[in-house]
Design a protein around this ligand. Structure first.
Ligand SMILES: [Ca+2]
Ligand SMILES: [Ca+2]
Length: 587
């Protein structure tokens, strides 16, 4: 869940009408519906070997068929499962299991009396383009660099926010750098729909991208993104991660190893392009969470970039040293929460519970250094495995320990590592299996950024599958991606540029201000959020208060339709993992 953000001014007039919530956005299908309801399906499609489910919100329907889009031939027929109420949306739903469909092609689902489903593909490369666009979204959010037409196409734009002359805010002043000192802290990614840069949120984001590389290196070595560094000998995912890692390194105070929490304006920019935003920038307060998230991700990056010494000589050692200095600072300053200074009004990412950050940083330092003192500092038996989020990162420690389990020292408790990963994956699988909508997310998971909560559940399910091979855990992860790509009560894809009914008006300043009709592609939007914290400032109402329907495809909706770097990271991880782990040819 993100820090709540101030509503930008001036949104109330002249904006496009709400397009969401009324129709599925697909063509074709039989004439007037005799039944009320819809067929909701993953609008992008599936690997041949994937579990394939659709949701039919028509209690009286009985059977479904799968139709080849081009020939019109029925290729599969089946009975719908018994109806059941899914509380988060209030729908009575019947599920269609068409996993037996394995032949590559383009299809739609048909139920007598209902509009046909959106079309979808079955293909061996079903998620390759999605995974690539999910990474390239970070390129589109780069600070301090011109996006050239050769790489950015219609979304080319001048450089914004050079951040080579940034002031040390009073809250961040120290002996070596008194208030007002000018420092240089260029590069990095804009955090979300705004133009500020936050270390805490960068931590889980970059980590998740590096974990994707560590887990599936062959996939990412062949992925070509057409970014400025392409062809330099580093995989493009790592080039993109470095754009933010190099910035993060500049956020560490060389005097004491503490890490500034954010680089920010005093207030959010207006709805302008990056080069039009000229407010003075500051680095703000060193915090325990910033130091530990920094230490964890630099320790991770150190072992990843250790394999690329010739491309970036000395980088891995520098990252490791930076991680250890951040750790030392946090041990000496173990309870410094973020306190928003009175003159600063941008995002907070405030967190006062640091057990999880300590555990995660200790785990990554242990894996990278093989120093048992870090394993002891983790206090592993006291660390739970939960679904990760920016303020609760304990689960990431277990992801890394499981990945590296064969190279750990004898100090590591191998049974505990397996128990933590399996315990969480088993719990999420049970929730998926019991769900009338066949998804692991529960009513309480519809919070700010609910789509990322769901995809982080999928990320943890995938860890279970990689460790123990329980196929149901992979199927439950697939279900999460299905929901994000359109098998939801809204019939909406939640990724810009993907699916037949994607978000068109994300809360993303460049997408709103660039004069290009299509939003910048590859971004996951926050998703349904019954908090509706932006409702007062939106010129159109939410259509429903139901948790799974609390979504507005409107620029005003920072609470359901913003983008964020930490939300895109599990999209990249899960789409790549399913592309790699799902059988690409019919079984
Ligand atoms: Ca925490
Ligand atoms: Ca636009």
């Amino acid at each position: 869940m993100r820090a709540e953000r101030r509503t930008p001014a001036g949104l109330a007039s002249g904006l496009a009408l709400l397009l969401a919530l009324s129709a599925c956005g697909h063509a074709g299908g039989p004439p007037p519906a005799a039944l009320a309801g819809r067929i909701q399906v993953n609008q992008l499609g599936f690997l041949p070997g994937a579990a394939k489910w659709a949701a039919v919100t028509a209690p009286a329907a009985a059977a479904f068929s799968v139709v080849d889009l081009h020939s019109g031939a029925e290729v599969l027929r089946g009975a719908l499962q018994p109806p059941a109420l899914w509380e988060p949306s209030g729908d009575v739903v019947r599920l269609a299991d068409f996993s037996a469909l394995t032949a590559p092609g383009v299809y739609r689902l048909h139920v007598d009396g209902l509009p046909d489903s959106p079309q979808f593909r079955v293909a061996g490369d079903a998620y390759a383009a999605l995974a690539a666009a999910g990474v390239k979204a970070y390129y589109f959010n780069r600070a301090g660099i011109e996006l050239r037409p050769e790489q950015a196409g219609p979304w080319a734009r001048p450089a914004g926010h050079p951040d080579t002359q940034v002031r040390v805010h009073a809250s961040a002043a120290g002996p070596g750098r008194p208030e007002g000192t000018l420092i240089s802290s260029p590069g990095g990614w804009y955090d979300a729909g705004d133009y500020n840069k936050y270390v805490v949120n960068s931590g889980i984001t970059v980590y998740t991208l590096l974990a994707a590389y560590e887990h599936f290196p062959a996939f990412f070595r062949q992925q070509a993104l057409n970014i400025p560094e392409s062809g330099n000998g580093l995989p493009d995912l790592l080039n993109e991660a470095l754009w933010n890692l190099d910035w993060m390194l500049s956020m560490q105070d060389p005097a004491d190893g503490g890490v500034y929490s954010k680089l920010t304006n005093l207030a959010f920019d207006g709805v302008v392009m990056p080069h039009q935003a000229r407010a003075e920038r500051y680095v703000v307060q060193k915090t325990t969470a910033a130091a530990l998230d920094f230490a964890a991700v630099m320790a991770t990056a150190s072992r990843v970039f250790g394999a690329f010494e010739s491309q970036r000589p000395g980088l891995a050692a520098r990252m490791r040293a930076a991680a250890e200095r951040g750790w030392v600072w946090a041990r000496a300053n173990p309870a410094v929460p973020y306190r928003q200074p009175p003159d600063v009004r941008t995002g907070e990412y405030g967190d006062a519970q640091f057990d999880d950050e300590f555990a995660w940083a200790a785990a990554e330092l242990y894996i990278t250094t093989r120093d048992d003192r870090y394993y002891a500092a983790m206090q592993a038996e006291r660390v739970p495995a939960g679904v990760p989020g920016w303020g609760d990162v304990a689960g990431l420690a277990w992801v890394s320990l499981a990945q590296h389990r064969q190279g750990l020292t004898p100090a590591a408790d191998q049974r505990l590592i397996a128990a933590r990963i399996n315990g969480l994956a088993t719990q999420l699988t049970a929730a998926w299996a019991a769900s009338p909508w066949r998804v692991s997310q529960q009513a309480g998971d519809f919070v700010w950024g609910s789509n990322s909560v769901l995809l982080n559940q999928a990320l943890m399910l995938i860890q279970g599958y990689r460790l123990g091979g329980d196929r149901r855990q992979l199927d439950a992860a697939q279900a999460a991606l299905d929901v994000v790509l359109g098998r939801n009560p809204l019939g909406r894809s939640m990724v810009t540029g993907f699916g037949s009914a994607p978000p068109l008006h994300p809360h993303h300043r460049p997408s709103e201000a660039d004069g290009v009709a299509a939003p910048v592609p590859g971004f996951l939007v926050g998703g349904p959020n019954p908090g509706q914290q932006d409702a007062q400032g939106c010129p159109v109402p939410y259509a429903s208060k139901a948790p799974a329907r609390s979504y507005l495809d409107h620029f005003c909706s920072y609470a359901s339709n913003e983008v964020a770097i930490n939300w895109n990271a599990p999209l990249v991880y899960v789409s790549a993992a399913l592309q790699v782990l799902t059988a690409g040819t019919p079984p």
